[in-house]
Design a protein around this ligand. Structure first.
Ligand SMILES: [Zn+2]
Length: 221
């Protein structure tokens, strides 16, 4: 069995959770989605997983689910390793005179995370690796970002309404059977058989939303 990660030729002798197991409390780990993975693509980024989960929880507040995960999974880690994790989180954060603050988000970590997650969801739905003929980009609806690219800003403004409803049936790519809807749901849009671009709409705790655009490159087979 090939590994789920695009372009990887290694034999998949483990299973990777999509999303990672770290996102689910021990008592809610039943029926999670898994894909075949080689050892190097399995749990290779446990630190990144926790980092991303932390920011998702902070941005999905005041959802009760997000608060529960934060207190069960994040708080116990804040004191570990000489506060290394806390420092990583606070790196680049700004504090204002009125007592509020703004956390800096390491977008590269987020991009790596959502690229791997999208590959896993596509693999789960289509039973194969995402072809190399696709480029991958992500839109983070809950972040104030500084991307001034006019095309990006237009997309971000409109994409919420474009993909919020039930897909037209010819655009319905299929849906992996996500069981833990309190924590994560996902929808795919596109034409089956890798015939078109694919949009993956991720939703955490019913409020933290990321749209992954898997765009078929022109002229690619
Ligand atoms: Zn691999």
């Amino acid at each position: 069995v090939p590994c789920y990660y695009r372009g990887c030729d290694n034999q998949a002798d483990t299973k990777e959770h999509v999303p990672p197991k770290a996102f689910f409390p021990k008592d809610q780990r039943d029926q999670l989605l898994t894909v075949p993975s080689c050892k190097s693509h399995n749990n290779s980024k446990t630190n990144d997983d926790t980092y991303v989960l932390t920011h998702i929880c902070m941005n999905a507040s005041p959802s009760n689910g997000a608060r529960e995960i934060f207190s069960k999974k994040i708080l116990p880690q804040l004191g570990y390793n000489d506060d290394a994790f806390r420092k990583m989180l606070l790196k680049g954060s700004e504090h204002y005179d009125n007592g509020t603050g703004r956390y800096h988000v390491d977008v590269e970590r987020f991009d790596d995370f959502f690229t791997a997650l999208s590959m896993g969801i596509v693999y789960k739905t289509c039973g194969g690796q995402l072809p190399n003929s696709y480029s991958i980009g992500h839109i983070y609806h809950n972040f104030q970002d500084d991307n001034e690219n006019p095309e990006y800003k237009t997309l971000k403004g409109h994409i919420g309404s474009l993909y919020s409803g039930t897909p037209l049936h010819f655009l319905d790519f299929g849906q992996p059977d996500t069981r833990n809807e309190k924590i994560y749901t996902v929808k795919l849009f596109g034409v089956p058989g890798f015939c078109s671009s694919i949009t993956v709409d991720h939703l955490f705790f019913g409020s933290f939303r990321v749209t992954s655009m898997l765009s078929k490159k022109w002229g690619a087979v």
